[in-house]
Write a protein that binds this ligand. Structure first.
Ligand code: NAD
Length: 481
């Protein structure tokens, strides 16, 4: 059976303990490959390699680093169809989505390639003549990255490309459920000529790896994308060792349709964002608040759109929504629906698993879901759409802000004034109004409140891999002069 390997110090290898896990096709439930697990001895090798390579890579000019990154981006584009096929097999999303993710990831590499060349410092006017006060940005050091299974390539690429562009090295633990597409991403960097030890890839038991890597003295920064509970745990581990952390965690995104909005446009985007990647998107809308004027029309259209969605294996032509990525999500969806129904919610469409093979769950629309139902409080991370009416915009904003998270928020309005108000008042790291406008490489992606801290993307994304150094020098005459 095919084995997903580790990449340590420029070589593909098996874990030294001989342990491995299964890789399962979410469309069939069948095991089709296994993934080798890193043991402490393997992590030690990765740590030494990342430290050794850092001392050299930090001195390579941003211009040279940029050339290698661009090469990696082009390789990723060339190989995208094959990588997308691997992604669909292991993660389940429709092929077109997998292809879009892979090609989009090449854009992220290009962005970091360019932005790495603009890591400017500054000169601060001094108080005394002859003094130069210089601020420079230095790469922070070897990074421990942890990326999730929902976007196996596009989540990993932000960490790898950001670190590499800044002059850091990285040990990234990619998801054990979806190892093969990130392996091919890492191969693009290796084949582009990024030196051994700069990018290292490991798999294993997540808790064992994070608890080993984060305290290791070689690691100077962590970057994690995943659930809030695990993010809190890793954030505490990093804090205990005074290590910088970027935490991109979950959310519970509101989608507000105002009285003056065009409901047709809102439904179209609402459906697209809900069912993309079967709802397993940290920034997917998960609570729809619709003004009572449009409520009935919006619900009817959303139900019709959900019913007509073609659900099936991501490899099949015309499929719009694939299976959930793992069986844990199936159980989680069923639990959300059962809890909501027990509190008075009505399921208008879906609400259950489709068939008994693979992790297919029907696109689901619920109404009358009380605000204290688990679905309205915990991130569903799946194809569930609770829709609720509102009459006053203030109430919709207050309900949107009522949870301890704030990653993304969406709204539809034709009023410039309302648009400004929503942009200012929604407690969210990102607000997208009248369209889907988040997650581009050049814009910051990140949350507020318990959705995390730090950003990936934008100048902020690169900055996360730098530390600031201040140098004050008083120019003296050369001794020889
Ligand atoms: P989980 O909380 O067990 O794991 C979330 C992610 O963290 C996974 O990728 C996992 O491999 C990793 N992880 C788990 N324990 C870890 C540890 N001790 N050290 C390092 N990494 C660790 O949950 P799950 O069942 O995999 O996913 C369910 C929830 O995770 C979802 O409900 C969603 O909220 C969240 N999630 C968020 C994102 C995101 O993009 N922000 C991505 C995937 C999952």
């Amino acid at each position: 059976m095919e084995l997903a390997k580790l990449f340590i110090d420029g070589a593909w290898c098996e874990g030294s303990s001989g342990r491995s896990g299964k890789v399962i096709d979410p469309a069939t439930g069948e095991t089709f490959a296994s993934v080798t697990h890193a043991a402490p001895a393997d992590l030690d090798r990765a740590l030494s390699a990342a430290r050794r390579a850092f001392l050299e890579w930090r001195l390579v000019s941003p211009y040279e680093r940029s050339k290698l990154l661009r090469k990696a981006a082009n390789l990723l584009r060339d190989r995208a169809p094959d990588i997308a096929a691997l992604m669909t097999r292991e993660q389940g999303k429709p092929l077109a989505e997998a292809l879009g993710e892979t090609i989009g990831s090449a854009d992220h590499i290009d962005w970091y390639a360019e932005e790495g060349r603009r890591a400017y410092g500054r000169l601060i006017p001094a108080r005394a003549p002859g003094v130069r006060q210089i601020v420079i940005k230095e790469p922070v050091g070897p990074v421990a990255g942890f990326s999730p299974w929902n976007f196996p390539v596009s989540q990993a690429v932000r960490k790898i490309a950001g670190a590499v562009a800044a002059g850091c090295t990285i040990i990234i633990k990619c998801p054990e459920e979806t190892p093969f597409s990130p392996i091919e991403l890492v191969r693009c960097f290796a084949d582009a000529g990024v030196p051994a030890g700069v990018v290292n890839l490991v798999f294993g038991v997540p808790a064992e790896i994070s608890e080993y890597l984060i305290p290791a003295p070689q690691i100077r920064k962590i970057s994690f994308t995943g659930s809030i509970p695990i993010g809190k745990h890793l954030g505490q581990l990093a804090a205990a060792h005074v290590k910088r952390a970027t935490l991109e965690l979950g959310g519970h995104s509101p989608f507000i349709v105002c009285e003056d909005a065009d409901p047709e446009d809102a439904v179209k985007l609402g459906l697209f964002l809900k069912y993309r990647n079967a709802g397993q998107v940290c920034a997917a809308p998960s609570r729809y608040y619709v003004h009572e004027r449009h409520y009935k029309r919006f619900v009817d259209a959303f139900v019709a759109g959900s019913e007509s969605l073609k659900v099936g294996p991501g490899t099949e032509a015309g499929v719009q929504m694939g299976p959930l990525a793992n069986s844990r999500r199936l159980d989680a969806m069923q639990a959300f629906v059962t809890d909501a129904e027990s509190r008075g919610a009505r399921v208008l469409v879906g609400g259950k698993r489709i068939g008994n093979q693979g992790n297919f769950f029907a696109p689901t629309v619920l109404v009358d879901t009380p605000d204290d139902a688990r679905l309205m409080v915990d991130e569903p991370f799946g194809p569930l759409a609770p829709i609720a009416p509102f009459s006053r915009l203030d109430d919709a904003i207050a309900r949107s802000n009522s949870l301890p998270y704030g990653l993304a928020a969406f709204a539809f309005t034709r009023s410039e004034r309302t648009s400004t108000l929503l942009g200012e008042q929604l407690e969210s790291g990102m607000v997208s109004i009248n369209h889907f406008g988040i997650a581009a490489p050049e814009t910051p992606f990140g949350g507020v409140k318990e959705s995390g801290y730090g950003s990936e993307g934008g100048v902020e994304g690169l900055d996360a891999f730098f530390q600031t150094k201040f140098i004050s020098e008083l120019g003296l005459k050369d001794a020889a002069a």
